[in-house]
Ligand binder design. Structure first.
Ligand code: FES
Length: 90
């Protein structure tokens, strides 16, 4: 768990594979995250994280990184759940 001064970083992969595999839906996070967490969470879009090429068949895209943890087959719900956990919110 984080102490209150630390931020959680959320990096949404905007690479082509992730985007076509459903990453586009994750744009919702742009609205939800600031509303829900204020400045406790730093959200950014990043280029291909390099994960899609390691993974055969791209089957686990889209990817999002929350701090150093990779969320595969990412959905808004999965990402928020992990952020909650990191911030100690149940
Ligand atoms: S496009 Fe997202 S990891 Fe490659």
């Amino acid at each position: 768990m984080k102490n209150s001064a630390e931020k959680v970083s959320v990096k949404v992969c905007l690479g082509t594979t992730c985007f076509v595999m459903g990453g586009g839906n994750l744009q919702e996070l742009n609205e939800i995250i600031p509303k829900k967490y204020g400045n406790k969470v730093e959200l950014s879009g990043v280029n291909c994280l390099g994960l899609c090429s390691i993974n055969w068949e791209y089957s686990k895209a889209p990817y999002v990184k929350v701090d150093d943890d990779v969320v595969n087959e990412a959905t808004v719900e999965k990402v928020l759940e992990l952020v909650d956990k990191k911030l100690g919110i149940n």
